[in-house]
Each structure stands twice: as structure tokens, then as C-alpha cells.
Design a protein around this ligand. Structure first.
Ligand code: SF4
Length: 673
């Protein structure tokens, strides 16, 4: 039995280092690496089952060509050469007729590292194809708000929690989505670390907190401004820090904060005015308060304002200057790798951009030229995109030539003309840079993929060769490309490729107090860049007119979040995790269920103007009245009918053109077929 060191690639901030036991080329066990300080010897309950993921009988093991109508899932196996030759020939014909912008390719975050994801995008960059703005379904709003406030810098080091006396988990369920940080928090509680959770429902994390504030969805900016109001009123601001390291607080204090006195904030947020006072006092008197920011609060119409307001709080008290204080959204590009050698090896400097959140609209409506060929790797847009119905309608068009490279026959793959079998992360090698801790690590290939499956990296190179692309990236091996990425990258200057390739986790954490890379070099309460872009220069809270209109028409607001065992759709390939998660559910407060004469366990129809989805009802007061909570992004073969993102519009958030899943209203009734 050999033990290989690899890295978990499940798009998770923890990015665990793994020990993988392999016998006769077959993965036997996956566990957390005891020698990685953040992983600390344990993998989560999902990745423990990755032997089942890797050996799943549901994996695609040969290239497949469509033989039935689109979406019917009828395919015949074909050889790799036949599939790749046919794909390249079709792409060449489309380019000849309509130009390269008629192609759209993308790889997003599921089970891939920098090189596997990057080289697929590099292929389409070099071809001059339309370019997908992929992060918009996830974090572009949060990132844009953070950048407008602090600049493109990483946040507080999660390992500095040893110096904190207060942890505020704001808009995230850490036990589900950041369990290794949660373990570090739990270890500090006996010495007095207090834990406050601010989120609309009583999540697993909220149940373990010292104090849970069940905030009304979409009102986080108002709460943060209310806390600032009290801090300013009660002399709990660090005026010296504000003068030296921040910009514009006096304008915010004069023009915005007077409107956020606790009684008004209570009416907006649904919290008690006394609790807002208590939170401000707790935060303002803490020596080193650490705020862990979640992206959930940004996936709605005014999400950017919310994240910006919360990210400013540590500037008011000067917590950004103290070890253990500050805020963490992402750790950011702490090691400035030259990723362009992989994801932009050649091609035009700019090309038509397609927002991931509006993929369906783009596929259906774009002209001059229309999108005629789509290549999808490591993503399942028919389930994960907002307005997923529009994506499905587009994928059903005969004239759209679709290729999907995936380990499983996902709903998106079922609409493809060709499905190519993909290797999983344990079957490839790649470089990983965590976004929730300050570690860089190279993951080795633990075992070969099943059947004829190939990595994204291999398929991108094979297609590039057929399309006549001569860039070095399409000829080099993974270790050779690693060397290129490290060459000349400022943060990587001290890194030698052989050391990185050894697989040891490499910590590259910032030292000293929080840095800011805004135009002023300071934390910006007032941002001229935002004003120049036509956005409010200072954080504020106003009701969104479209949300107000929808709230008057529909009685329930949708809240989505990661399922504990099914956080994203790749885990749908693991039967035991599906069983542990249970059936796809919609959770209602007992009062909402009673008023509709609904019982726990009954089938229900969650519906609005856009779609109807069939789910199983759970009744629980973990969810507040007026909210329908749907955990996970479960596919149609598990739900009674449909998938939750069919209900969501493809409207943009205020910052970063992000998705607005939580700006969705609906009604829930008994399922009537
Ligand atoms: S906690 Fe995250 S990084 Fe760690 S094993 Fe689980 S999914 Fe992977």
C-alpha cells in the first residue's frame, strides 16, 4: 500500500492536504494530512467518501456521441480520436462561417486546480472565442465590494484566530462550508473566544454559537451601519486609526450614520434594538474581533453594499491593525503566480464577454455572431446557473453544438452532442492556491482514472493540437508549466519548482497589520472609484424596488445554501452522500406550514412566475417565518421535479454583476403533480 499526498479540489476554502492510500493502482482511503497545520489531520465527511466518488459506477468512462434528442441522455460510445476529430472539425467550420466569437468555452471550479481549469480557458482564449466571466455565479459581487473597500488584498489570516477574543461569523455556516476554520475556533473557545453568528436561519454553526442573531435576509448593510452608529455615538471608534489608515469616515458619520439609529435598524433587520446595542458594545469593546464574511449575503440585489458595510467595521475600531482582528472574505492572490501562461497563452487582448449568470440569455439571444458551439468542463450550468430554465432551453437547441467534459452524466451533459469522460482531481496533478487559508500546495496524481477518462489538461492540449495552436502551454507537461507559472511571479520569487512539486504545503501569509490597495492606499469608507462607476460612494441601505414589488406579490422569500453532504452537484455522484443528505427539501417555519395546511414529509410545489419545483417539505423553526429554505443544488433525478435555480432570475447584483439567487420570491403549496 502506497500513501500519496494530494490536495482536495472540491472548491472549498479549506483546501485540505490529503493522504491517499493506494493499492494496485486503486484508491483505498482518503484522509486528512496530519502534517498540514490547517487540515490538522482530518478531512470532512464528504471527502472521506471520495473513494466512492472515484469508484462510482455512475462515472462516464468512454467518450459518448449523442444518438437521441437533446436532453434525452441517449448516447453511443466512440473512440477519443473520433470524438476529438469531430469536435475540432465542427469548431473549424463554425469559425470559418461565423468567426471565433461563435465559440464559448469554460471550465469553472468543480474538482480542478489552477492548471486543469486554466488550460481549458487558455484554449478558448487562444482561439479568440467569446469569454465567460465565470465567477459571477459565485463571488464576483463579494470580490468587487471587497476590492472597492480594501483593494485586491487578502483578508485576516484564519490562523490568527489564536489571538482573537471575538469571532463574528457573518453570513456563513462555517460548520458546513469552512469546517477546519471552525475547528480552530472551537479550540479557542475554552480560553474565552466568544462566537456570534449573524445569519437568517439557525444553521449548524448558529446552534453552536454563544449568540445567534437571525437577521432578515438582505439587511446586513443596515445592521453594520447601525453598529457603526452606536460605536460613533458611544466613543468606541479608534479615531487615530480612522485618521491615519482610512478615508471618508467623517462623511459617512455626518451623512449616513445618523439614519441608522438602533430603533430604525431593528425595524429593518427584524432584530431587537437592544440586541443591536449589545452587538455594538460587544464588538466595540473586543480587543481583537475577527469577522468571517460569507458570500451568501452578496447573492442578492444589493449584496455589494452589504459586504462593503460589514468589511468596513474593523476600520472603525482599528481592529484591522491588531493580530487576531480584522475580516476575512478570501485570502486572495497571496502568491502572484503567472497564471496567464496557462489561461491566456495567446489570443486577442479582449473579446466578447459573457456573464455566467446570464448564460441562458446569451446562448438564446446573442447575435453577430450567435453562440454556435459550447464547451463545458467541471460545471453543471443546467442546475447551477440562475434562470436555469433558460439555460436548458438553450441547451435543447439543435443548432447549438455542445461538448461536456465531466466525470458524470450530469443534466448538462445529457444535453451534449459529445460527452467526454473526465478524470477527477485524485487522478490528475495540479497546483492549488487556497482561498480560505494562506497555503499553496501541489497535488500529485494518486491513481489513474477509470476506463478512458482524461484530465481537463489533457483534453485541452489534444484539442489545441487539432486546432493548430502552437503555444508552449499546449505542449508542456504539468511540471514544466508549473515552472513557467513560478518564473518571475513576484510573490513566488522564493519558490523553487522542485520544492513546490514535492507536495509540501507552503505557507505564504502576510505579516503585520492589514494592508490596503485602494487608489488612496487606505480603507475607503468613501470610494471615488465607485462614484465614478455610478455607484454609491459610501455604504448605505435602501429597500430595492424590484424586491419590494416581488415581496408584495409573493408570500415567501427563497433562501438557498450549501447542503451539508451535497454542497454542490458533483457530490450527486456519491450514493452514500445522497442518502445521508436525504431527499431534496424545502424547509418552512411551522407557522407557514400550518397556514397552508402542509405537513412535514409531504410533497410540495415551490413555484413563482418562472417555474415550479417539486420538493419534500421539512417543517422547522430553524427557518424564520416568511422564508423558504432550500439546501443544496439537487438535480432533477433526485427532486420530485426540477431544480431550485429554475426559480431564480438572472438579474445582476449591485456590484460585480453577480448572481441574485436570494432576490427570489415564491409560494409553496401541496404538490398536485
Ligand atoms: S473540508 Fe473542504 S477542502 Fe477539506 S476535505 Fe472537505 S471539501 Fe475538501
Amino acid at each position: 500500500m502506497a500513501t500519496i499526498r494530494s490536495v482536495c479540489a472540491h472548491d472549498c476554502p479549506d483546501q485540505c492536504s490529503l493522504r491517499v492510500d493506494v493499492e494496485n493502482g486503486r484508491i483505498q482511503r482518503v484522509r486528512g494530512d496530519p502534517d498540514h497545520p490547517f487540515t490538522a489531520g482530518f478531512a470532512c465527511g464528504k471527502t472521506h467518501q471520495d473513494t466512492e466518488l472515484v469508484h462510482s459506477p455512475e462515472r462516464v468512462t468512454t467518450p459518448l456521441r449523442r444518438t437521441g434528442p437533446k436532453g434525452a441522455g441517449r448516447f453511443t460510445p466512440v473512440g477519443w480520436d473520433e470524438a476529438l476529430d469531430a469536435i475540432a472539425a465542427r469548431w473549424r467550420a463554425i469559425i470559418d462561417e461565423s468567426g471565433p466569437l461563435a465559440l464559448l468555452g469554460y471550465a469553472y471550479s468543480a474538482h480542478g486546480g489552477i492548471m486543469n481549469r486554466g488550460l481549458v480557458n487558455g484554449l478558448f482564449h487562444a482561439l479568440g472565442a467569446s469569454r465567460l466571466e465565470a465567477g459571477t455565479v459565485c463571488d464576483s459581487c463579494a470580490a468587487a465590494a471587497w476590492h472597492a473597500t480594501l483593494g485586491p488584498v487578502g483578508g485576516a489570516d484564519p490562523e490568527s484566530i489564536v489571538h482573537s477574543d471575538l469571532l463574528v461569523s457573518w453570513g456563513c455556516d462555517l460548520v458546513t462550508t469552512n469546517v477546519h476554520f471552525w475547528a480552530k475556533i472551537a479550540a479557542e473557545r475554552p480560553r474565552g473566544l466568544q462566537v456570534v453568528v449573524i445569519e437568517p436561519r439557525r444553521s449548524r454553526t448558529a446552534k453552536l454559537a454563544d449568540w445567534h442573531l437571525p437577521i432578515r435576509i438582505g439587511t446586513d448593510a443596515a445592521l453594520a451601519l447601525g453598529v457603526m452608529h452606536v460605536l460613533a455615538r458611544d466613543g468606541l471608534c479608534d479615531r487615530r486609526y480612522l485618521a491615519l489608515r482610512t478615508l471618508g469616515f467623517e462623511r459617512l458619520e455626518a451623512e449616513v450614520l445618523p439614519r441608522f439609529e438602533p430603533r430604525r435598524v431593528a425595524a429593518i433587520t427584524g432584530l431587537a434594538a437592544a440586541d443591536i446595542e449589545r452587538l455594538a458594545a460587544l464588538y466595540g469593546n473586543a480587543r481583537a474581533p475577527f469577522i468571517r464574511l460569507g458570500t451568501g449575503m452578496t447573492r442578492l440585489a444589493r449584496g455589494g453594499q452589504a459586504l462593503r458595510a460589514v468589511a468596513l467595521l474593523p476600520g472603525v475600531t482599528g481592529a484591522y491593525a491588531r493580530p487576531g482582528g480584522g475580516a476575512l472574505l478570501f485570502t486572495g492572490n497571496f502568491c502572484d503566480l503567472d497564471t496567464a501562461v496557462v489561461n491566456a497563452p495567446s489570443g486577442p487582448a479582449d473579446a466578447r464577454r459573457i456573464n455566467h449568470s446570464q448564460l441562458g440569455r446569451a446562448l438564446l439571444e446573442l447575435r453577430d455572431p450567435p453562440i454556435r458551439a459550447l464547451f463545458v468542463a467541471a460545471n453543471n450550468p443546467a442546475v447551477t446557473c440562475p434562470d436555469a430554465g433558460k439555460v436548458r432551453e438553450a441547451l435543447g437547441r439543435e443548432e447549438l453544438f455542445t461538448v461536456v467534459h465531466d466525470p458524470f452524466l450530469s443534466i448538462t451533459a445529457r444535453h451534449a452532442d459529445y460527452v467526454l469522460p473526465a478524470a477527477l482531481y485524485l487522478e490528475t496533478e495540479d497546483l492549488y492556491r487556497s482561498y480560505g487559508s494562506y497555503y499553496l500546495q501541489y497535488g500529485a496524481r494518486a491513481a489513474p482514472p477509470p476506463g478512458e477518462a482524461r484530465s481537463n489538461f489533457q483534453v485541452a492540449q489534444a484539442l489545441a493540437a487539432r486546432m493548430g495552436l502552437a503555444d508552449p502551454a499546449f505542449r508542456l507537461t504539468e511540471p514544466e508549466l508549473l515552472r513557467e507559472m513560478l518564473r518571475g511571479a513576484p510573490g513566488a520569487a522564493a519558490l523553487d519548482a522542485d520544492t513546490v512539486r514535492s507536495g509540501r504545503p507552503i505557507r505564504i501569509a502576510p505579516v503585520g497589520e492589514q494592508s490596503f490597495r485602494t487608489p488612496s492606499g487606505k480603507l475607503e469608507f468613501h470610494s471615488q472609484s465607485l462614484a465614478d462607476d455610478g455607484l454609491p460612494p459610501m455604504p448605505d441601505w435602501h429597500p430595492d424596488p424590484e424586491e419590494t414589488r416581488d415581496a408584495a406579490r409573493w408570500p415567501l422569500r427563497l433562501l438557498t445554501g450549501p447542503g451539508f453532504f451535497q454542497p454542490h452537484s458533483v457530490y450527486a455522484g456519491v450514493a452514500s452522500l445522497r442518502a445521508r443528505e436525504g431527499p431534496p427539501v424545502c424547509v418552512l417555519h411551522p407557522a407557514e406550514a400550518k397556514s397552508r395546511d402542509l405537513r412535514d414529509g409531504q410533497l410540495v410545489r415551490a413555484a413563482n412566475d418562472r417555474a415550479a419545483v417539486g420538493l419534500v417539505l421539512r417543517v422547522s423553526d430553524d427557518v424564520p417565518p416568511g422564508v423558504a429554505f432550500v439546501p443544496g443544488q439537487r438535480g432533477d433525478d433526485e427532486t420530485v421535479f426540477g431544480s431550485v435555480n429554475l426559480l431564480c432570475a438572472d438579474r445582476y447584483s449591485d456590484f460585480g454583476e453577480g448572481a441574485t439567487y436570494q432576490s427570489t420570491w415564491l409560494e409553496v403549496a401541496a404538490w398536485a403533480g
